[in-house]
Design a protein around this ligand. Structure first.
Ligand SMILES: Cc1ncc(COP(=O)(O)O)c(C=O)c1O
Length: 406
């Protein structure tokens, strides 16, 4: 083996020893999905499949995109879709990216100008960190998760220390691992308190996990609160509830034009295929026509049922009103034990271990979906109760089930 392969395999071995080795898994076909981000159940929807296949037939033979958006990849079809997205979400303009990761990386790496400040929620997604890491921002500072007092304290400090700089506040509407909703109105008020003239403080909101799930016809949390005009940029991903790939950044035409000129993930990558665009177009047609409203209602009903029926030691269930629920057990081994137990009972759930979440906050992430039934939720809750009942205060493999310190 070459020295390099030796080094790679030693590093992997170290990960394995500390139980942090990541591996690809294929979910059993017959297991009940309480894990995926297919919140509305569109990934297996016959109506969506039919609409998509019809749309493909109407594409005049073109499937690929044939190049970067800036070379041959652009099309009237893509621009029409962007206009549809902007209208649906009540934004001035929309710009498509190949993925939510690309969109966040492109936005955060380019828009903050030299010496600007980014104030971000401690739990923002890795893609925001990716962008911030290579941005020209002079200061990147996190505030405690969804803690508006902490945000205000930091904004006031930053106002003093960087009076002539742009300040960007980065949050998610529904947090991907905790499922809680950001106190968006309070965050907007905090920014307005510091910059009443809307001149130096800019809110950037990631709606990855609220798209399709919250707001009228799934428009998201910003729309649910009527805050469209208060947000500098919004990210909507199509990869979760919309059973597609890609994302759009909503904002002003100047922002759109700037990103077209500077966002490297958009400039130096082949644009998404026409089949991907068709999938997004069909998903938005379903949202707009109201076809997904029933699924949207159903997933919130299931969330309510799950939270009302589950009985867990205090502090173990994360306080989430969204379809993303978390059972927190302190340590990778206990969450793996619970996930394995539920997997054996026929439920697909995943342990979310540190370092993906901070140490002490390891959890089994449970997602509810439009395609789940009340009976399935009840069966899952029973299985969780059985696990806790049979464990008393020790997990199956002898690991103590300590209470999380949240
Ligand atoms: C909050 C958040 N933003 C962005 C992304 C990236 O989106 P995509 O999967 O479309 O790349 C994710 C994906 O998990 C996410 O959870």
């Amino acid at each position: 083996m070459s020295r390099l392969l030796d080094q790679l395999s030693n590093t992997l071995e170290k990960r394995r020893e500390i139980a942090k080795l990541r591996r690809l898994v294929i979910n059993p076909q017959d297991a009940i999905d309480f894990s995926s981000n297919d919140f509305l159940g569109l990934a297996y929807s016959g109506a969506f499949r039919d609409a998509f296949l019809n749309e493909l037939h109407s594409l005049d033979n073109i499937l690929g995109s044939t190049g970067s958006r800036l070379l041959d990849g652009n099309s009237l079809y893509a621009e029409d879709l962007e206009r549809t997205l902007a209208r649906f979400h009540r934004a001035e303009s929309a710009l498509l990216f190949n993925s939510g990761f690309d969109a966040n990386a492109g936005l955060f790496s380019t828009v903050p100008q030299k010496g600007d400040v980014i104030v971000y929620d401690a739990l923002v997604h890795a893609s925001v960190h990716e962008g911030m890491r290579i941005s020209r921002a002079g200061l990147r500072v996190s505030f405690r998760h969804s803690d508006v007092d902490d945000l205000i304290r930091i904004l006031k400090n930053v106002q003093q220390s960087h009076p002539d700089k742009n300040v960007f506040v980065a949050v998610e509407t529904v947090y991907s691992m905790d499922g809680d909703i950001a106190p968006l109105r309070e965050i907007v008020a905090a920014i307005r308190e510091c910059w009443p003239a809307k001149d130096n403080g800019f809110l950037i909101v990631d709606e990855a996990h609220s798209t399709g799930v919250f707001g009228k016809n799934g428009r998201g949390v910003v729309a649910m609160y009527g805050l469209e005009d208060e947000v500098f940029a919004r990210l909507h991903t199509f990869s979760k509830a919309l059973a597609s790939n890609g994302a759009a950044i909503l904002g002003s035409p100047i922002l759109r034009n700037y990103l077209i000129n500077y966002a490297r993930p958009l400039i130096y990558s082949t644009f998404m295929t026409h089949s991907s665009l068709a999938s997004i177009k069909c998903a938005y047609s379903l949202l707009e026509s109201g076809s997904t409203i029933q699924m949207q209602k159903h997933v919130h009903l299931l969330t309510k049922r799950f939270r009302q029926t589950i009985r867990l030691p205090i502090g173990t269930l994360l306080p989430s009103p969204s379809p993303i629920q978390g059972i927190v057990l302190n340590g990778n081994a206990p969450v793996r034990a619970l996930a394995t137990y539920l997997n054996k009972k026929g439920f697909t759930v995943k342990p979310i271990c540190s370092p993906t979440v901070p140490k002490g906050h390891e959890r089994v992430r449970i997602c509810l979906h439009g395609h789940n039934t009340l009976e399935q939720v009840d069966a899952l809750v029973d299985a969780v109760h059985l696990f806790f009942g049979s464990q008393k205060d020790t997990a199956a493999n002898g690991i103590p089930l300590e209470q999380p310190k949240l």
